[in-house]
Write a protein that binds this ligand. Structure first.
Ligand code: PLP
Length: 457
């Protein structure tokens, strides 16, 4: 394709996009004013657009990609599965690919989590966790345990159950009349502590608030739902060490299940395969999606213990069945990709390389401390949030309408990296496969983009 043909094709696609597509989480009036960056191909940790430009995939194509794009082992696994069967159902039938995937998955899970319920998105995985926890208590005769506790700033997906346990006002407030009531506790957001306290003197007062709710609702709470170590979508809010362990103790003390949503943190992002490992915590239910297939195909899993599983067992007529399922649950193509991805984790030590890479990224981001409009850099493994502020001393935020984060990512594109902000937080969540040199380049582009964009705000 010569340059003219490439431009014409780009123009045609641009027009068709603007005519027909409605993009998620996007103000479409803004979108229709701008020329879209249209991803056409990928190679390793780079995305290539319709005009032939290459960009570092700085957010792993929405926190999914793990080993890079077009990985020979994953491509081969999906192709081989295509030669057998693209889809068959898990309702009333088993399938080779889903069995092998579940078996491999359990090898990677914290010991004690042995049952895998497949679905196709992070939101469905959480929806399942909520219903599973609820029904578990009902089946055990604990019928008063119908309530849920979650954190402000939590994000668990966009279906109504997941939104109910979510806690981001901007996304969730409008749907309030459609949601079930959830008790929300203050989030451990130390840079802007909602309780106006500071570590270590506070003694993690925010965790005390969780306890206060559990005690006030004694015997009524089915589960506490949290993102472990990092609340991703609220701006990479990192939790202090010991916080998650404390939540586990509180759940044990008050008889609630602990649901850890590892849709974002799972598969090596925080430096261990699952974030809960760093706190020595075994959740009752753990959810995952995104990186499970290496970022190739939609597959999610809600995993749990034999104890929870067994409460659903009974004679057919007792109707203890978990009446829940999605058509594409355990899709064989997605399962084949996941098995291949997990095999790379096991055989290549993909996760083991993360701490050194995270340290290299932290070093490359250190100059952010000198930028006048960077309030805080939060990092856990390869999850990074850089909070932009109008005034560093007062922590004054940029107004929503200014779209400070968006301006930064437009600058980053010019310099060769694709990022996606969360409000005023610039997020980096590179594929685990990025080399230290690529991570350093990504950090350099990000800081240059922040300087350029904030200079004009
Ligand atoms: C922690 C967490 N849970 C759930 C979800 C929802 O996942 P999905 O978009 O696949 O429904 C996300 C998405 O970012 C997430 O970060």
């Amino acid at each position: 394709m010569d340059d003219r043909e490439r431009r014409e094709r780009h123009r045609r696609l641009w027009e068709a996009d603007h005519r027909h597509l409605w993009h998620p989480f996007t103000q479409m009036r803004d979108w229709l004013r701008e020329e879209p960056l249209i991803v056409d191909a990928a190679e390793g940790v780079h995305l290539v657009d319709t005009l032939g430009n290459r960009y570092l995939d700085g957010v792993s194509s929405l926190w999914c990609n793990v080993h890079g794009h077009r990985v020979p082992e994953l491509d081969a696994a999906v192709r081989a599965q295509l030669e057998r069967v693209a889809h068959s159902t898990l309702l009333g039938l088993a399938s080779t690919a889903s069995i092998e995937c579940a078996e491999e998955l359990v090898r990677h899970l914290p010991s004690g989590l042995t049952r895998v319920f497949f679905s196709d998105a992070g939101a469905t995985a959480v929806e399942i966790a909520i219903k599973m926890a609820f029904q578990h208590h009902q089946l055990r005769g604990d019928e008063r345990r119908t309530e849920f506790v979650a954190l402000h700033g939590g994000y668990h997906g966009d279906t109504l159950g997941s939104v109910s346990v979510g806690g981001i006002d901007l996304f969730h407030r409008i749907f309030k009349p459609l949601l079930f009531d959830v008790h929300h506790a203050p989030q451990p957001y130390c840079y802007r502590c909602p309780l106006g306290k500071a570590l270590p003197g506070c003694g993690m007062a925010c965790a005390d608030e969780v306890e206060r709710i559990l005690a006030a609702r004694e015997g009524r709470v089915a589960a506490l739902v949290v993102e472990p170590l990092v609340q991703g979508a609220d701006g990479m809010i990192t939790q202090p060490p010991g916080y998650l362990r404390r939540l586990r103790e509180l759940c044990d003390r008050h008889g609630a299940l602990l649901v850890c949503d590892e849709v974002a943190t799972g598969w090596g992002r925080t430096g261990t395969t699952f974030a809960v490992e760093q706190e020595g915590v075994l959740p009752d239910i753990l959810t995952m999606a995104k990186g499970l297939t290496g970022g190739y195909l939609p597959l999610a899993a809600t995993v749990t213990t034999e104890q929870v599983f067994e409460s659903f067992l009974g004679e057919h007529a007792e109707k203890r069945t978990f009446f829940h399922g999605h058509t594409y649950a355990g899709n064989p193509l997605a399962c084949a990709a996941a098995t291949a991805s997990m095999t790379l984790f096991r055989e290549r030590g993909v996760g083991a390389a993360v701490p050194a890479k995270a340290a290299a990224l932290a070093r490359a981001l250190a100059p952010a401390a000198r930028l006048p409009h960077v309030g805080e850099v939060r990092q856990r493994g390869l999850m990074v949030g850089i909070e932009l502020v109008r005034d560093r001393a007062t922590k004054e935020e940029y107004a929503y309408a200014l779209q400070a984060g968006h301006r930064v990512i437009l600058e980053a594109r010019k310099l060769g990296a694709i990022l996606r902000p969360l409000g005023n937080v610039v997020v980096l969540m590179p594929p685990l496969a990025m080399t230290e040199a690529e991570l350093t380049r990504l950090a350099g582009i990000t800081l240059a983009a922040i300087e350029a964009a904030t200079a004009r705000l």
